[in-house]
Ligand binder design. Sequence first.
Ligand SMILES: Nc1ncnc2c1ncn2[C@@H]1O[C@H](COP(=O)(O)OP(=O)(O)O)[C@@H](O)[C@H]1O
Ligand SMILES: Nc1ccn([C@@H]2O[C@H](COP(=O)(O)O)[C@@H](O)[C@H]2O)c(=O)n1
Length: 201
Amino acid sequence: MLIIGIAGGTGCGKTTVVNKIIDELPEGEVGVISQDSYYKDTSHLSFEERIKINFDHPRSIDFDLLEQHLKELKQGQAIHQPVYSFVKHNRTGDTIVTHPRKVMIVEGILILTNPELREMFDIKIFVHADTDERLIRRLKRDISERGRDLDEVLMRYQTTLKPMHEQFIEPMKEHADIIIPNNRHNMVAIDILRQIITQKL
Ligand SMILES: Nc1ncnc2c1ncn2[C@@H]1O[C@H](COP(=O)(O)OP(=O)(O)O)[C@@H](O)[C@H]1O
Ligand SMILES: Nc1ccn([C@@H]2O[C@H](COP(=O)(O)O)[C@@H](O)[C@H]2O)c(=O)n1
């Protein structure tokens, strides 16, 4: 199994890059684990308490479960990946059965901050897009898909997104094997990745 970690700030285009890689490789060869599925269970908190959580800090992620699941996949076992709701700010209680594949991609803003997880990646990728570009994309996406409004996104941006990005995410470029510039759609980078993956397989 080839394990690829794809990190980068919110809105940089991680999910988009992952989907393009899936499109480029034979069907059924690629599986995906999203860090978003591993936000800690917050069922014990009220909604008002949940919205105050700093979702851009590594402590908001259940890295133990993420690591355990990746190990199980590596051993050939299927896992139950939690389903996360950005509207409820909590896991839904549902899970998706994720089967081991020849290529497993782990994507998320903070996945390179965890040393144990980092060790498990055969290839570490950092997707880069400029800060203003990411904020514009985030605004559009969170308003259309995640039930947010302008004030919510901007408040979160100023209080947690920007400072956490500078403290935890941007420095992780140092650990990356490949940095993909993604201010515009970058099909050349996807093609190079496809070649690297095919060669390694
Ligand atoms: N290279 C790009 N150029 C323009 N828009 C993009 C690009 N990559 C992604 N997007 C858009 O930006 C938004 C956020 O992208 P997404 O892949 O969800 O980012 P991430 O997973 O890193 O948060 C989506 O609406 C997506 O369609
Ligand atoms: N309840 C939540 C949980 C997370 N977020 C934000 O999601 C971002 C990470 O997801 P991407 O798909 O953008 O990589 C992160 O920046 C969190 O602020 C949220 O808004 N609400």
